[in-house]
Design a protein around this ligand. Structure first.
Ligand code: ZN
Ligand code: ZN
Length: 222
């Protein structure tokens, strides 16, 4: 037999012995690689509540329930965010709402916080408006804030009303989150997305989205 044929046969023989070993080796390597690169469990998207300035967690339990019922996401609390000093408008003794929104966004970068709602117990203003009950950051679509100051009856020199206060907090929270989920103001005065010019408007409207707003909403959930 010519030497060349012998070499070919020897090569084939080696191939039959080695192939399973090589394949086996590859399987092991792939398995190892697979285990290492396996994606981590995705963070579960949630709506995160944060106190801004003072501790506002007393209103969290009722808010949790109302928000979850409306938007379907779990609601959780995150660390307190201090008020940015540069947001303070000394002349009006109020805080400019835009730098407050920015600060909340910076302090709560968590990926699992799909939306972040700050609850501030100070009066909030914009450069144009005398006061705001709340504001949503339309650019990021992620952060909103509400102020508790004008939601208490005491602010209007009336006796405290716990139930009314908690209804107002829920309405303002659901409203600002509605903006974050892409909703505009609604003409229906009973819809929570109706624009409140005064606390009387807040009291007149309900805590829920009207059917039109419910259909328009884009929560990203099926
Ligand atoms: Zn609004
Ligand atoms: Zn509506």
């Amino acid at each position: 037999m010519p030497v060349i044929n012998r070499l070919i046969r020897a090569g084939k023989y080696l191939e039959t012995i080695l192939s399973p070993m090589v394949c086996f080796g590859m399987v092991v390597i792939m398995n190892n690689n697979g285990a290492e690169t396996e994606p981590k469990e995705q963070p579960k998207p949630m709506i995160c509540l944060v106190s801004v300035g003072n501790d506002a967690s007393a209103v969290f339990p009722e808010l949790r329930q109302e928000i979850k019922e409306t938007y379907g996401y779990e609601v959780t609390a995150r660390v307190e965010v201090p008020l940015p000093e540069m947001a303070y408008d000394q002349k009006r003794n109020r805080y400019l709402v835009v730098p407050v929104l920015n600060r909340i966004g910076q302090r709560v970068p968590d990926e699992d916080c799909l939306k972040v709602l700050g609850i501030a117990d100070v009066d909030l203003v914009t450069n144009e408006l005398h006061y705001v009950f709340g504001k949503a950051d339309g650019i990021s679509g992620r952060v909103a804030v509400i102020s508790l100051q004008r939601l208490r009856q005491e602010f209007y020199r009336k006796p405290p009303d716990r139930k009314l206060f908690s209804d107002r907090v829920a309405k303002e929270a659901v409203h600002e989150l509605g903006h974050l989920f892409g909703l505009q103001h609604c003409e229906n005065p009973e819809c929570v997305m109706f624009f409140s010019k005064s606390i009387a408007d807040t009291d007149k409207k309900g805590k829920k989205l009207c059917s039109g707003c419910s259909q328009r909403i884009n929560t990203g959930r099926e």
